[in-house]
Design a protein around this ligand. Structure first.
Ligand code: ADP
Ligand code: CDP
Length: 216
C-alpha cells in the first residue's frame, strides 16, 4: 500500500462530480476496437479513450513509469491498474465531454475491480467485438503502425493474455446482462452497421423504421 496522495483523491472526487457515462469496448487484439471507436465518435459524439494509446503516450512523455510500461507492452502483459486508471481518470476529467468509450480496458479482473473501487463508475454497457484469432492475427501483422508489439511472437502472447485474463471480464459483465456482442469478422462498414443499432436510442429506431424489440 502506498501513501494516500491528495492529488489522486482530488481527481477521484472531481470525476465523481462530473458523473461520466462510460461504455467499455472490449475484444481481442486486432478485433477492430479502435477502428469502430473512431466511427462511434463521429456519429454519436463520444470521446474515445484507448487505454493502450494512453499508455503509449505515457512512454513518449518520458514519465518515470515509461520504461516499465514499455517492457510490459513488448511482452503483451497488462500494466498495473493503478497506472492505467490514473491516466483514464485524468483524460476523463480533462475532457469537456461526459460520454466516454473506454477501449481496451478493463483487460483483467484487477483492472475491473480496481476501476470500480476507485472511481465507483459502472459502465452503461460493454461492447464486445468477436473475431477469430486467424483474422485478428492477419490484421495485426499488416496494421503497419510501427507498433513494437505487432510482431508474431508478441501477438501470440497477447492472444494468450486475452483468453486467460480478458475473457473472464467479459463473462463477468455477461452475467450482469451488460454485454452487447458484435460479429467483428465482417468488413468495417458492416461491423459499423451492427454497432449503430446498439448506439441508436430505441425512440429513434422507431422514427427511422428500424425493427425494435420494444413491446407495444
Ligand atoms: N472489419 C475489419 N476488416 C478488416 N480489417 C479491419 C477491420 N477492422 C479493423 N481492421 C484493420 O485491422 C487492424 C486492427 O484494427 P484496430 O481497430 O487497430 O484493432 P484493435 O483496436 O482492436 O487492436 C487495423 O489495421 C485496421 O485497419
Ligand atoms: N488496460 C490495458 C490496455 C492495454 N495495455 C497494454 O497495451 C497493449 C496494447 O493494447 P491496445 O489496446 O492498444 O491494443 P490491442 O492489443 O487491443 O491491439 C496491451 O497488450 C498491454 O500490454 C494494458 O496493459 N492495460
Amino acid at each position: 500500500m502506498g501513501t494516500v496522495d491528495i492529488a489522486d483523491m482530488d481527481i477521484t472526487a472531481r470525476l465523481a462530480e462530473k458523473k461520466p457515462k462510460v461504455v467499455f469496448v472490449l475484444g481481442g487484439p486486432g478485433s477492430g476496437k479502435g477502428t469502430q471507436c473512431a466511427n462511434i465518435v463521429e456519429h454519436f459524439h463520444y470521446t474515445h479513450l484507448s487505454a493502450g494509446d494512453l499508455l503509449r503516450a505515457e512512454i513518449k512523455s518520458g514519465s518515470e513509469n515509461g520504461t516499465m510500461i514499455q517492457n510490459m507492452i513488448k511482452e503483451g502483459k497488462i500494466v498495473p491498474s493503478e497506472v492505467t486508471i490514473k491516466l483514464l481518470q485524468k483524460a476523463m476529467l480533462e475532457s469537456v465531454n461526459d460520454k466516454f468509450l473506454i477501449d481496451g480496458f478493463p483487460r483483467n479482473e484487477e483492472n475491473r475491480a480496481a476501476f470500480e473501487a476507485v472511481t465507483k463508475i459502472k459502465p452503461e454497457f460493454v461492447l464486445v467485438f468477436n473475431c477469430p484469432e486467424e483474422e485478428m492475427e492477419r490484421r495485426l501483422l499488416s496494421r503497419n503502425q510501427g507498433r513494437e508489439d505487432d510482431n508474431i511472437e508478441t501477438v501470440r502472447k497477447r492472444f494468450k493474455v486475452f483468453l486467460e485474463s480478458s475473457l473472464p471480464v467479459i463473462e463477468y459483465y455477461k452475467a450482469k446482462g451488460k454485454v452487447r456482442e458484435i460479429d467483428a469478422a465482417k468488413p468495417v462498414g458492416e461491423v459499423f452497421e451492427a454497432v449503430k443499432v446498439i448506439f441508436t436510442p430505441e425512440a429513434e429506431k422507431i422514427v427511422f423504421g428500424f425493427i425494435t424489440t420494444e413491446k407495444r
